[in-house]
Design a protein around this ligand. Structure first.
Ligand code: SF4
Length: 440
């Protein structure tokens, strides 16, 4: 099981850890391999320090578009031609899955012998075991979410795991990952909301699937000192307060993967218990810069919810209120950005704010698929306006790069040609100029 980013990132991915466990429990000899930190270092597996190219099958989890560069780098450093058409029977076969496959898997196609689109929980074992029976991946095309690019089949619907397999959970407590010594546990899967930019919205695999707190509590190992509750909409779990109470009362720390501002506003026990469990940054998403745009993208968050979050952050003495935001949302004007600046000042007057701003990138399988990217210059101009507007207030802008968002946009909306361009971008040194030249 390869992860095309360094160890600390890969081991922070519950999905990656979970699929490793599923394969190991089925008796398949699975070893983990990550993109080495040092340039030029050859990737070796964690368990036996074996070179990646010695394995018959390399299963790869891709989280998002830019990790395709990590995949190309990983394979090239292992001495394996990244593109399928350049490999021969002496090379390992590459099976690709992961969160990226919910949206647009086509740019990953030139690298894969087979893909599993969507939830791989109960498909990955027959996919891999079948390879050892036949020496081929053709059977993957008969599995839910199975896609064999070489067989020319059209893109298939994503797989949905059987509910009895939930929750995913980590087996190892990994002291040196991003989520240090935290036991990751999936409290729910999917989301019942309808934000128009989001791949995990309710139309994906039937929306939200809950796991009962009693089952979750019973799965927490005695030795776990901290528990990370994972789920696209974990704060919509109707019994989250019970679960947080049980974890915190057992003396453990607790964290969550995401919080909806309306839940924090309506259930103050959520921020209270999280703080008691050592959660230090209250993080919520607002997603669009103005009330008008939030309505348009069907984000239910209101100014009143966000004000209540800032007040909860103050009352429970959080270090900072972090608000996720997008700029470049379709239909956005300078007035929307002005509203964001003025409203953020209002929040910052209540409690220090960190504004995590990402340029909007339209994704396949969402209602905003095909919407335009706002443009690097426009995004940079708007980021600059936010930065200058917040100067002197207790609000810090933490933007992601407009340039890299453009690369992500080209891959997110791209096809095979954009996928193959990743090889040229990596060979060209991986700078933005190299990407621009490669993508044209
Ligand atoms: S953005 Fe969040 S709340 Fe909205 S559909 Fe996606 S997971 Fe659900």
């Amino acid at each position: 099981m390869a992860y095309p980013s360094p160890y600390r990132v890969g081991m922070s991915s519950l999905g990656y850890q979970w699929i490793c466990s599923v394969l190991a429990e089925a008796g398949l000899g699975v070893e983990r391999c990550f993109l080495p930190d040092e340039p030029g270092q050859v990737p070796l597996t964690m368990e036996s320090l074996s070179p990646l190219r010695d394995f018959p099958v390399i299963a790869v989890s891709l989280a998002y578009e830019l990790e395709l560069a990590g995949l190309v780098d990983l394979l090239a450093r292992a001495g394996i031609p990244p593109l399928r058409r350049d490999r021969d029977p002496r090379h390992p076969r590459v099976l690709i899955g992961g969160p990226l496959t919910f949206s647009n898997p086509v740019p990953a196609m030139p690298y894969a012998d087979a893909m599993i689109l969507g939830e791989a929980d109960d498909v990955v074992v027959p996919a891999v075991a079948g390879f050892f029976d036949t020496g081929e991946f053709d059977h993957v095309s008969t599995l839910p979410g199975g896609w064999v690019p070489d067989m020319g089949s059209a893109r298939v619907p994503v797989a949905k795991a059987d509910d009895h397999l939930l929750p995913a959970r980590s087996r190892l407590l990994t002291p040196d990952t991003e989520l240090a010594d935290m036991f990751l546990l999936e409290g729910e899967r999917g989301c019942h909301r309808a934000c128009t930019f989001c791949v995990m919205r309710r139309s994906t695999n039937g929306g939200m699937r809950l796991v009962e707190p009693e089952r979750l509590s019973a799965l927490i190992p005695e030795a776990a000192r901290r528990v990370g509750l994972v789920g696209a909409a974990i704060s919509d779990h109707p019994r989250l307060v019970d679960l947080l109470g049980t974890i915190v009362d057992s003396g453990r720390g607790v964290g969550v993967s995401s919080l909806r501002a309306d839940r924090v506003a309506l259930k103050p026990d959520i921020p209270r218990l999280l703080r008691k469990g050592g959660y230090a940054t209250l993080t919520v998403a607002s997603d669009a810069p103005s009330q008008r745009l939030r309505r348009e993208i069907q984000k239910g968050t209101t100014e009143a919810h966000l004000v209540a979050c800032a007040e909860a952050a103050r009352v429970y003495e959080y270090r900072v209120l972090k608000v996720y935001m997008m700029v470049g949302v379709p239909g956005e004007t300078d007035e929307d950005i002005e509203e964001l600046v003025h409203f953020t000042r209002k929040l910052a007057a209540i409690h220090p704010v960190a504004l995590g701003v990402a340029p909007f990138v339209p994704k396949v399988h969402t209602p905003l698929d095909g919407a335009p990217f706002a443009g690097i210059k426009t995004v940079e101009k708007r980021l600059e306006r936010i930065r200058s507007g917040l100067r002197g207030h207790r609000a810090e802008l933490r933007p992601t790069s407009a340039r890299w968002a453009w690369v992500e946009y080209r891959l997110a909306q791209g096809g095979v040609a954009e996928g193959e361009a990743v090889v040229r971008a990596v060979e060209g040194g991986g700078s933005f100029a190299a990407w621009k030249a490669a993508l044209g």
